[in-house]
Design a protein around this ligand. Structure first.
Ligand SMILES: NC(=O)c1ccc[n+]([C@@H]2O[C@H](COP(=O)([O-])OP(=O)(O)OC[C@H]3O[C@@H](n4cnc5c(N)ncnc54)[C@H](OP(=O)(O)O)[C@@H]3O)[C@@H](O)[C@H]2O)c1
Length: 227
């Protein structure tokens, strides 16, 4: 049974990943700050295991890594993220906001990735995914504001590209996946593909990923996103 680790699996895109992988018989390791709802635990079934995880708390992150020691992970999906302060004007962005965004969206996924390197090495698929965004694209994104979200996801993409080079010798495939504008709480439940459609398509991208795609920013439909 292959194993997937998903951060922020209690709602939104992360929960949909958990549902689909569990339905396909994968072992699902859900690193959640907020616990699953009881009905989700029932739906996910016995193949799902929840680990308490707060990406802003180093002790919690280290505890997840300790509890996973010796456990092979095929696919890790660093999904947890925030989009606070979408409308903030440049002069309204203070240091506290900057830190919260960068620590949550950039540092936390990178930190956990570094702590599960041995788990990924032991897995067959050796695939490390971060959930990126079109907002991270320098060339194509023309939306207004979103200053810190854009910066945090662009920085995350660069970290993944660097990890792709660093971990190439042992075959790790590092993907920055763009889900599209999904209808989750982050976008006030308005937008493009449903989480079901987008996650199903992203799982295909993960399943078919090649070493040549490592370090790339890829759309849910498999096309590449310009840097
Ligand atoms: N929705 C979209 O259209 C879209 C588009 C592009 C990219 N994305 C990216 O996709 C990912 C998931 O987004 P979503 O739409 O599913 O958002 P969502 O519904 O708001 O869910 C966000 C998830 O991240 C978790 N999280 C936030 N801070 C955390 C922390 N410090 N420690 C642990 N977990 C934390 C949340 O946990 P709590 O429940 O405890 O808050 C929740 O599980 C994000 O990285 C987002 O940037 C989304």
């Amino acid at each position: 049974m292959p194993t997937v680790l998903i951060t922020g699996a209690n709602r939104g895109i992360g929960l949909e990943f958990a549902r689909q992988y569990a339905a396909d018989g994968w072992e699902v390791l859900a690193a959640n700050r907020t616990p699953f709802k009881p009905m989700d635990i029932v739906e996910l079934g016995p193949g799902a295991r929840e680990l308490r995880y707060d990406g802003l708390n180093e002790a919690s992150v280290a505890d997840v890594a300790t509890r996973l020691r010796g456990h092979a992970i095929d696919v890790a999906i660093m999904n947890a993220g925030i989009d606070d302060g979408k409308e903030l004007a440049p002069e309204e962005i203070d240091e506290a906001h900057w830190q919260r965004m960068m620590l949550t969206n950039t540092w936390a996924p990178f930190r956990l990735a570094t702590l599960i390197e041995e788990n990924l090495k032991a897995g067959e698929k050796k695939t490390l995914v971060e959930i990126s965004s079109l907002a991270a694209s320098n060339g194509t994104y023309a939306g207004k504001r979103h200053f810190t979200y854009r910066a945090s996801k662009a920085a995350l993409n660069q970290l993944w590209r660097s990890l792709a080079m660093e971990w190439k010798p042992w075959g790790c495939i590092c993907l920055a996946l763009r889900p599209g504008r999904e209808q989750t709480r982050m976008l006030d439940n308005a937008g493009g593909p449903t989480p079901e459609e987008s996650v199903s398509a992203m799982r295909q991208v993960v399943e078919n990923a090649t070493s040549e795609q490592s370090g790339m920013h890829i759309n849910y439909d498999g096309t590449s996103v310009p840097w």
